[in-house]
Each structure stands twice: as C-alpha cells, then as structure tokens.
Design a protein around this ligand. Structure first.
Ligand code: SAM
Length: 287
C-alpha cells in the first residue's frame, strides 16, 4: 500500500510492512476500540512500554500476541529491530501504557524512522487524557495549546509559566501527583489566583474527580490532601476572564503577598497589571 493512496474507508487492514500506532484506554479498559483489538490480535508483534501493563489489557480481551518492550532506554536498538521487521514484511503495533503513543510517551522517533524508510504508518485512534480533559472543561476547545509536562529547570519553567499567563488560548498540562501542588502555586504566582482552571484526576477511572473554578479555590481544595493518581490540568485563556470578574479581595491578597516577598508597591502593581491585563493604577490604588 502506498501512503499517498486515499484512505477513505478501510475495510481490510494491510498485513505487511505496516506500523500501527494503537491508542489504548487511559483507565477504563472498556474504552478500547474494536479496531484496536482486531489489530492487536493480527500484527506480528506488539511493541509496548511496559509488558506487564499491556498484558493486563490483553488478558482482559483474550489476546495472546507476542510482546516486545519499547521504552526510552532501549528505543535506539528497538527502532532498528522494528524497521528491520518491517523490511521482512512483518506488521507491528505500537502501544504505550495508556492513551495515545507518542503523546508524552515513547513513539515519536520510531514513527519518524519508519516514515523515513518509506513504510506505512497507520494510527488506530484511542483515548488521550489531554483531549478528554479539554472537552470536559467547558473552556474554548477549538484552538488550544498542549504543553504536556513543564520543564523541570527553573529558568525554562519560569519562562513557560510566564508565557502561559499571557496565552489567550486554553492550555493543557500534565503533571505527576507529587509535583501537582507546587505547580498550582506556580500557576497562582504567574497567572493570578483568579485564573480559571479545571483539574481532572483519574479520568475514566473509579475515583475520577473533576475540580474547577479558579486556582485559589483548587489550591484550597487540595490544601490538606495527599494527592494521588493521574492528573491533567486545563487552564482557561487570559482573555476569557472579564475584568469585572476579577475579585478585588484576591487581587489585594496577591498584591500583599508580592510586597511581603520584597517587591515595591509600584513593581508589584505593574507585575499584576500585566498578568491580569488591567490598569496598573486600579491595582496600585487598592493597597
Ligand atoms: N499518552 C498519554 C495520553 O495519551 O494521554 C499520556 C501519557 S503521560 C506519560 C501520563 C500523564 O498523562 C499523566 O501523568 C497525567 O498527567 C496524564 N494522564 C494519563 N491518564 C490520565 C487519567 N486517567 N486522568 C488524568 N490524567 C491522566
């Protein structure tokens, strides 16, 4: 099959020299698609992040295909092996532990290499935490920014947080549970406590939780809690918050915190004015 051929309606999946990228559930195993199950049964082997994780999915659906591990530490060797297998007319499915491979998961380099070698890449779409959270958030969803996990280094991290504070589009972030509260505090510092966010914990799972409103409220919700599980954060764009909605009480609190941290009234007011897109004098006069 030529990759440039029209893919209007696939009635029969190609069997030879194809890399299938297969989306798998992000929690609820019932979210697997029929097409995904069919491909996982039929390919020559499945490349997966953690064989134990993929075995759980396979045993639930009675699939017993060959698995090979494919993760960031062995990817160079495994990419060669997979491309070699495609040369021998084998078909391969790539899955990650959850969701869409290559979205903050291994796969990107493999897909690039397979394409460079002119083999076909076919995606069997499945759930993705980012999109599941986005469409549930109620924030504008036709145009959005997905950043995955923020960089850990302070300088890069602060720079991107500064950019997020000015984004007019909805922003989606992933974060691990033990770094989640730190991220919330950083978001409050950069975006202001009144920026609207929705936090999605354990999407599609038994203890799914959705907490929304603004950053201050979400911080309060998690204040005394030990956060566990998987978390996706959706942040509303700056321009979607009307000046009239800006809470004077929160503004005063932010201003006081910045002054207590050592900023002058003037620089604290400039900082908040830029962040919240309102006149500096309005903030200055609050103090
Ligand atoms: N490939 C996956 C996808 O398509 O969503 C993402 C993998 S990334 C390594 C894992 C991160 O995705 C988690 O730390 C969390 O931020 C987010 N995530 C995955 N499953 C989730 C769930 N059920 N609920 C909320 N967030 C989830």
């Amino acid at each position: 099959m030529n990759i440039n051929s029209p893919l209007s309606h696939r009635t029969q999946e190609p069997e030879n020299s194809v890399l299938y990228i297969v989306g798998t559930p992000i929690g609820n195993l019932d979210d697997i698609s029929l097409r995904a199950l069919n491909i996982l049964k039929r390919v020559t082997f499945i490349a997966c992040e953690d064989t134990r994780q993929t075995k759980k999915l396979m045993s639930k659906f009675g699939i017993s295909n060959k698995l090979i591990s494919f993760h960031q530490h062995n990817s160079i060797n495994k990419i060669h092996f997979i491309v070699d297998s495609l040369k021998k007319e084998k078909s391969v499915a790539l899955v990650s532990d959850a969701g869409m491979p290559s979205i903050c998961d291994p796969g990107e380099n493999l897909i690039k290499k397979v394409r460079e070698n002119n083999y076909d890449v076919i995606c069997i779409p499945g759930p993705c935490a980012a999109l599941t959270a986005l469409v549930s958030s109620g924030f504008p969803s036709s145009s959005f920014i997905f950043l995955g996990f923020l960089p850990r280094k302070k300088k890069e991290r602060d720079q991107i947080l500064q950019e997020i504070s000015n984004f007019d589009n909805t922003t989606i972030l992933y974060e691990s549970p033990h770094r989640f509260k730190k991220l919330l505090i950083e978001l409050k510092i950069f975006c202001g406590g009144d920026r609207e966010i929705q936090v999605f914990r354990e999407l599609t799972k038994k203890y799914e939780e959705q907490i929304g409103m603004n950053i201050d409220m979400v911080l309060r919700h998690f204040e005394d809690r030990n956060v566990v599980g998987e978390i996706t954060i959706v942040i509303n764009g700056r321009k979607n918050i009307k000046t009239s909605e800006i809470n004077e009480f929160i503004l005063k609190k932010d201003l006081t915190e910045l002054i207590d941290a050592g900023l002058t009234l003037s620089s604290a007011s400039s900082y908040l004015a830029k962040k919240k897109n309102i006149k500096k004098s309005l903030i200055y006069n609050l103090y």
